[in-house]
Design a protein around this ligand. Structure first.
Ligand code: C2E
Ligand code: CA
Ligand code: CA
Ligand code: CA
Length: 274
């Protein structure tokens, strides 16, 4: 062990260096990504449980970098969040999603709300409301056609969060609580925040076949309905899950069973056969 001790340590420390470097490298590449137009949005439809009509479309970012390849959001969003780059990237996401949605409508496709994910830092920037207002004006999209998805982490500063949400709601946009039940859930948040939709996290949908999983989902649905919210199930992958969720009264489904996130052309084809 002693013989390899030093080498092992060397290997280990250079691994760490490598990691730090790759993070730094990613940070640098991330800085130029907006300017180089390396981000794209994919779109995933959400369907009403009973009518199978479209409820909304979630915009999900993809980073296509010439050196790194396709980087999934779970990898680069946390880095962008840390460096603050997320504020500009997030603004691009809102603008691009609104622009795309307005374009679809101008082509005669039925008006369908577009959902955009807001990160923590983005949520707490001082001029978020004005920025969104300006984007709606620039793109000509009606505020009812924009849904903002937030997570429970924004509730860390509860009073401020409630005020920001009131300002956003005043614009006429809708708010969804994403990944519900995975963070610092509090029933108080649901009461004090003006939330329109709650999204049941895939982790719960995955557990539908167990007694406990079913009980948790049934409770979230019942809670949502008592508070006049629409309940959306995420990560729906199987006919079994569709059937169970329907029986439990879930309102809207999103998941691979219906469609993966798609580039805009493919989404339109899937929705309208055009
Ligand atoms: P999320 O907001 O919870 O988005 C749902 C994720 O689940 C998406 O992953 C989607 O592709 C995936 N998904 C949907 N249906 C299924 C299914 O049936 N099975 C499985 N296995 N997965 C499914 P994606 O696109 O990789 O995004 C991951 C996360 O990255 C998102 O989770 C969201 O937190 C974040 N994200 C994505 N786009 C943005 C963005 O524009 N801004 C910010 N701040 N975060 C974003
Ligand atoms: Ca989301
Ligand atoms: Ca989610
Ligand atoms: Ca998630």
């Amino acid at each position: 062990a002693k013989k390899y001790g030093r080498n092992t340590f060397k290997l280990y420390s250079s691994d760490i260096e490598g990691l730090a470097h790759s993070d730094l490298r990613m940070e640098n590449l991330l800085h130029q990504a907006l300017e180089n137009k390396e981000f794209v949005l994919y779109y995933q439809p959400q369907y009403h449980a009973n009518t199978n009509k479209i409820h909304g479309i979630e915009a999900l970012i993809r980073w296509n970098n010439p050196e790194l390849g396709m980087v999934p959001p779970d990898v680069f969003i946390p880095i962008a969040e840390e460096t603050g780059a997320i504020v500009q990237i997030g603004e691009w996401v809102i603008e691009e999603a609104c622009r795309q949605n307005a374009e679809w409508q101008s082509k005669g496709f039925p008006a369908t709300p577009i959902a955009v994910n807001l990160s923590l830092r983005q949520f707490y920037q001082a001029d978020l409301q004005e920025k969104i207002k300006a984007i709606l004006k620039r793109t000509g999209l009606g505020p009812r056609c924009l849904m903002l998805e937030i997570t429970e982490t924004i509730a860390m500063q509860e009073d401020i969060a409630a005020e920001i949400l009131r300002d956003l709601k005043a614009l006429g946009v809708r708010i969804a609580m994403d990944d519900f039940g995975t963070g610092y859930s509090s029933l108080r948040y649901l009461q004090n925040f003006s939330i329109d939709h709650i999204k049941i996290d895939k982790a719960f949908t995955d557990k539908l076949s167990t007694k406990e999983g079913r009980a948790i989902i049934a409770t979230i649905i019942s809670l949502g309905h008592h508070l006049d919210m629409t309940v959306v199930a995420e990560g729906v992958e199987t006919p079994y899950q569709v059937h169970q969720l329907r029986e439990l009264g879930c309102d809207v489904f999103q998941g691979y069973y219906y469609s993966r996130p798609l580039p805009p052309e493919d989404l339109i084809e899937q929705l309208f056969g055009k």
